[in-house]
Design a binder for this molecule. Structure first.
Ligand code: BG6
Length: 279
């Protein structure tokens, strides 16, 4: 999972902690009361070049295929800098990372920016805030997403709540817009859906981790939730993903992707998701 110089680890106690790889500021592990909540493929590549297959990679400045650069943008394949680490009085611990524009990013996307990503850990939650600072003299537009890979013991048991009544863009069906009529979404085939206008505190994923944990997503400025599982055939086509691993993961990704976000010159925009385990 990367060398010692590449990974920042924070522990709240013996059984609760988080690890972040500087490549992409990708969260590799979130252990809550002894249970690992995140999935990382055993075939994930740690060469500081390829995006890490699993954990929580960050998508910026473009979700999906991008005409100017790699799919899902460059944030997940750039090396981030650790900024600061702190321990609050209430026992929470947090660490911040930054990424600034450089020659390589400006070739793809000619703007001056600074991203700050704060990972804040509590006893039963993980609060992630991405702040996009526009340091340019002109406004820019972007999309962004926290590409969370949850670990599960069996995809057949995973139940996603809080999507009923929402419009979604079904990318598997060729970007067809449909309304979700199920109270609980279960996955039994290749899913690649962008649910739009999600409520801030309704989305919950049941049966993640080793056992039957319920994780709730609390979203600020992240109106879209992508549900993705490549299933059998697509899994086989991915070189950094084991053929059978689609059975033990589900991506439930909070983002702002169905519409472009604008950051005014000199301004900033912040996005937060808090993942909370129902203990
Ligand atoms: C999801 C997209 O967010 O990420 C899918 O909706 C995509 O279309 C998936 O296949 C994985 O992307 P990547 O670039 O990490 O293989």
């Amino acid at each position: 999972m990367g060398s010692k110089d590449d990974v920042v680890s924070l522990a709240l106690s013996d059984d609760t902690g988080v690890s972040i790889h500087l490549h992409g500021a990708t969260i590799l592990s979130w252990k809550c009361k002894g249970q690992e909540m995140l999935f990382v493929s055993k075939k994930a590549v740690f060469d500081n070049k390829k995006a890490i297959r699993g954990g929580i990679p960050l998508v910026f400045p473009c979700f999906g295929p991008w005409e100017n650069g790699p799919q899902h943008g460059f944030a997940r394949i750039k090396r981030w800098k650790k900024e600061s680490e702190s321990k609050q009085n209430d026992g929470r611990i947090s660490v911040s990372f930054s990424l600034e524009d450089d020659e390589e990013t400006r070739k793809m996307w000619n703007y001056r920016f600074k991203l700050i990503y704060t990972v804040d850990l509590g006893g039963d939650d993980l609060k992630l805030t991405l702040t996009v600072n526009n340091n340019d003299s002109k406004p820019f537009d972007f999309t962004t997403l926290m590409h969370t890979y949850f670990r599960c013991s069996n995809i057949e048991n995973v139940r996603i709540h809080g999507l009923e009544g929402l419009q979604f863009n079904d990318k598997v069906a060729g970007s067809v817009q449909t309304k979700e009529d199920r109270k609980i979404v279960t996955i039994d085939q290749n899913y690649d859906r962008v649910y739009m206008k999600c409520e801030a505190d309704k989305v919950k994923v049941e049966n993640v981790g080793d056992g039957k944990k319920l994780v709730s997503l609390s979203l600020e400025n992240l109106p879209d939730v992508v549900v993705w599982n490549p299933w059998e055939e697509k899994a086989k086509a991915m070189s950094d993903f084991d053929d059978e691993e689609f059975r033990t993961m589900v991506c439930v990704e909070a983002g702002s992707v169905s519409e472009q976000v604008s950051a005014p010159a000199g301004g900033s925009v912040a996005f937060t998701q808090t993942l909370r385990v129902d203990l």
